[in-house]
Design a protein around this ligand. Sequence first.
Ligand code: RIB
Ligand code: CA
Length: 312
Amino acid sequence: MTQPRKIIIDTDPGQDDAVALLLALASPELDVLAITVVAGNVPLPLTELNTRKIVELSGRTDVPIYAGCAEPMDRKLVTAEHVHGRTGLDGPTLPDPKIQLQPEHAVDFLIETLRTTPDVTLCPLGPLTNIATALQRAPEIKENIREIVLMGGGFFEGGNITPAAEFNIYVDPTAADIVLRSGIQTTILPLDCTHNALTTAPRVAAFRALPNRAGPAVAELTDFFERYDKEKYGSEGAPLHDPTVIAYLLDPTLFETRHINVTVETKSDLTLGATVADWWRVTDRKPNATWVRNLDADGFFKLLTDRLATLP
Ligand code: RIB
Ligand code: CA
């Protein structure tokens, strides 16, 4: 096997973030250098607590966790308790974690690590505040970032927090703009892709049937998480957004992509946070991102379930 791919996951758990963390921590192809936490689905004190709970559930207490930005770069925090519940991780009852946060701020950690560690892939699963703040304070770290693979945005599917914008981008459009203009190789898993990764009953039953703690816990996470989207979209399951980022690293052949220009709206009240994806290349704007348009959903859920089965 080639050397494991070095990654840092930036996250705002959130049930779907939790499943993404479990998938990454169960996959030996990935060397999870650290997990950095950002405010998003719920405020930072809860996203960091939720991260520690999930890492403890995975058994991978060797992976350090750093808390980062509690507010977006230049606007008030918008949260999503209506989707994720008051705790941000409603569903299973998980014990209070023993593992503690690292003392350093996540942004300081990102800068120090990326100044000296080459070939690192960043995997943002929430608002891009930590990543953009690090890039703004220390632009030289770009040299050591191999790729940014993020969940965010939407074009053919529109938005989910407003008609035009997806939540991660909407919470901090300025941060998203900094990342998209950074020149760093960036791959985007937008709603166009994740809305095809639905937690249907047979797929959740496969999680629940796993003979370990992680499988049933994931089923309880999705049982809670899917109620909102099933009602909203009238679909047979909820889109399992964030784990698609990790699955893309593990098996990119499951995904349909195109290298295009993606520009984010940072000013208009009506469309703030919209990701304008030039899928048909009708502008002369330079391609700056790989946009993931769709996935093999059965292949994705098989990969996810097989990996969850290897956890305690
Ligand atoms: O719009 C979906 C995204 O927003 C996911 O990352 C979810 O966890 C929330 O952060
Ligand atoms: Ca998230």
